[in-house]
Design a protein around this ligand. Structure first.
Ligand SMILES: Nc1ncnc2c1ncn2[C@@H]1O[C@H](COP(=O)(O)OP(=O)(O)OP(=O)(O)O)[C@@H](O)[C@H]1O
Ligand SMILES: [Mg+2]
Length: 243
């Protein structure tokens, strides 16, 4: 297996709205190596979510190729695509997307059910402990703070042991302190070897990543390592975020 976990070649996405065509992605060549932590940035409408949906196998491109761990995703049928998605990728959304009035444990168990497996509550419990919610297993989503809800969503993404976590504005609905804690958690998961691709508007959030890729009008305009990276261990020593 190569070190390359994601590779796109001339990836494009075109939405047709009546007579108007929106070119959301234009000839995007994007590569991610295993273990990387990439922040995707760029103004509203520049194609970030469109890219994430395609990389996350939630949508298909209009043109170009997408290789996920060497597999040409474009040639998979819908069922195979769903299997790849549930096996390799964990997705985290801005709005948490938890089931309301449902316990943390049941929310985290869901992907196992969708993946056609018997939900293993021990695995769900383990995932919740990993995100620091071992003492909130039976809280319903509406009984948790925003930061805690996003932790449940991250545990839900983790429970199938994905090699990649993709997150679209995961801190967009959180206050600064909670955002820092969530980013610290992503860094810990990345230190454990999980590849992370995250969309954000905020420079402070991007600085937790190893690399920043900037989009403008559907194209990549820069791709650079993060110079002044914030490390999770620094946050701890500042007595700031805890998990
Ligand atoms: N389902 C759709 N149908 C038609 N056009 C779409 C659709 N989804 C996105 N677009 C258009 O594609 C372009 C890229 O949208 P996208 O959601 O990827 O932007 P974004 O970078 O994620 O923006 P934001 O930061 O606001 O979330 C925009 O011009 C948008 O209007
Ligand atoms: Mg978006």
């Amino acid at each position: 297996m190569t070190d390359e976990i994601i590779r796109t070649e001339k990836l494009s996405k075109c939405y047709a709205l009546g007579d108007i065509e929106v070119h959301a992605l234009i000839d995007v060549d994007f590569t991610v190596t295993r273990g990387d932590f990439v922040a995707i940035m760029g103004p509203s409408g520049s194609g970030k979510s469109t890219l994430m949906h395609i990389l996350g196998c939630l949508d298909r491109p209009s043109g170009g190729e997408y290789y996920l761990e060497g597999v040409p995703v474009g040639q998979l049928d819908d069922q195979e695509l769903a299997r790849v998605r549930s096996g390799k990728i964990g997705f985290v959304f801005q709005a948490f997307n938890l089931l309301p009035r449902t316990t943390a444990l049941d929310n985290v168990s869901l992907p196992m059910l969708y993946g056609g497996r018997r939900p293993d509550r021990r695995l769900a419990e383990e995932a919740l402990k990993r995100v620091g919610l071992g003492d909130r297993l039976y809280h319903k989503s509406n009984e948790l703070s925003g930061g805690q809800q996003q932790r449940v969503a991250i545990a839900r993404a983790l429970v199938t042991s994905p090699s990649i976590i993709m997150a679209d504005e995961p801190t967009g609905n959180l206050a600064t302190q909670q955002s820092e804690e969530i980013m610290q958690l992503f860094q810990e998961l990345n230190d454990d070897g999980i590849t992370i691709i995250l969309v954000t508007h905020e420079a402070e959030i991007g600085d937790h990543a190893r690399r920043i890729v900037r989009f403008l009008d559907g194209r990549i305009v820069s791709d650079m390592p993060v110079e002044n990276r914030v490390f999770a261990s620094d946050l701890l020593s500042q007595g700031g975020a805890t998990s």
